[in-house]
Design a protein around this ligand. Structure first.
Ligand SMILES: *Cc1c(COP(=O)(O)O)cnc(C)c1O
Length: 345
């Protein structure tokens, strides 16, 4: 597969903006002075433009995830990364994407913003991709297939065989959204990045890494794909404070690992306790830091919990999710409060 054939014509011939920091970045000596970017010269910690290539953050990610730096692109949340992928590869009013509801809402929002048709193929009742039906929907303008695994809101991971078949047979890009991979017992597809030239993996520091507030999304793909996305990204898309916070956190991976262990233990405890609630009919298996359950009347239960000061997500309007609620795993105390409230209503 030639990835270049998938790129929009205007993007192929694009000459990217060259920032001051792109043209000169190597401070070779301490007494060098920078009068190239029209910054205010008085030091306050953030008076300089940030590194447009976020080298220090990427060095740490590269070490932690065992991926070469040239295969990494960072964005202002995964949402920016996903938007860049749309803008690089999908021609408005011509191309289409394939998504598998129920899934993360942002794919269809971004498709709408970019004027791209979203062809949907429902997951099975146990939330797995219907491979045959997907290929029936695909046409020559199908540029991207979005697989969210582990999937939000169902919580499960997709079968490895099915994902592999999709990766091999789909003649476009396959984006695997691994926002929840750090909570999962399944392996990341990152290990197999080199096997599939059409594979793009997105991850984020918003969930397991505990940094939703700084907005840092990560994209892993072939050097070729990363170069295309790099060409169209806003030059300073990841701000200095975000880079600093990310570096701080990535230097403390044991702390992150410990929190993940605790969240998973809390999740398993919650899964057990939820069995005691008589209006919960189904507790779906989860590989994430949330649990989806089917109840008697989701909207009624949602409103009752709000009255008790507990905000959860009502997913009842999503396909295959009638009368479902999604609970994020909180601290031990928070989960106890949730259970107490569920028992009282
Ligand atoms: C939370 C979430 C994200 C995270 O997006 P950010 O913009 O990085 O915060 C991405 N994908 C899925 C499926 C999510 O649930």
């Amino acid at each position: 597969m030639n990835i270049l054939n998938l790129v929009r014509e205007n993007i192929k011939s694009l000459k990217p903006y060259s920032s001051a920091r792109d043209e000169y970045k190597d401070a070779t000596s301490d007494d060098m002075i920078f009068l190239d970017a029209n910054e205010n010269p008085f030091e306050n910690g953030v008076n300089r433009y940030p590194d447009p290539q976020q080298n220090s953050v990427k060095d740490l990610l590269s070490e932690i995830k065992k991926v070469d730096k040239k295969n990494i692109l960072l964005g202002n949340g995964s949402d920016e990364v996903l938007d860049l992928i749309f803008r690089a590869f999908c021609e408005p009013k011509e191309d289409n994407i394939i998504t598998l509801p129920p899934t993360y809402g942002m794919y269809s929002v971004l498709a709408n913003i970019n004027n791209i048709e979203n062809k949907t193929v429902l997951l099975t009742e146990d939330f797995q991709p219907k491979v045959e039906q997907i290929f029936e929907k695909v046409d020559k303008n199908s540029k991207i297939l979005f697989l969210c695994s582990p999937n939000n809101p169902s919580g499960n991971s997709f079968s490895t065989n099915k994902v592999e078949e999709l990766l091999k047979k789909f003649n476009g890009l396959v984006v695997i959204d691994e926002a929840y991979i750090d909570f999962s017992e399944e392996k990341s597809w990152l290990e197999r990045l080199e096997e599939f030239p059409n594979l793009i993996i997105t991850q984020t520091l918003s969930k397991a890494y505990g940094l939703a507030g700084i907005r840092l999304g990560v994209c892993y793909a072939s050097e070729e794909i990363i170069a295309i996305l790099n060409n169209i990204k806003p030059p300073y898309n990841v701000n200095e404070l975000t880079q600093q916070k990310a570096i701080e956190r990535l230097q403390k991976v044991e702390e992150v690992q410990q929190e993940i262990i605790e969240i998973k233990a809390e999740r398993n405890q919650l899964l057990e306790s939820l069995k005691e609630i008589d209006f919960i009919n189904t507790i779906y298996p989860t590989d994430c830091n949330f649990v989806l359950v089917k109840v008697d009347d989701a909207t009624k239960r949602y409103n009752q919990l709000i009255k008790k000061g507990i905000v959860i997500r009502n997913r009842t309007t999503q396909p295959l999710c009638e009368n479902t609620l999604r609970f994020t795993v909180g601290t031990s105390l928070e989960n106890e409060r949730l259970l107490q409230a569920l028992k009282e209503i």
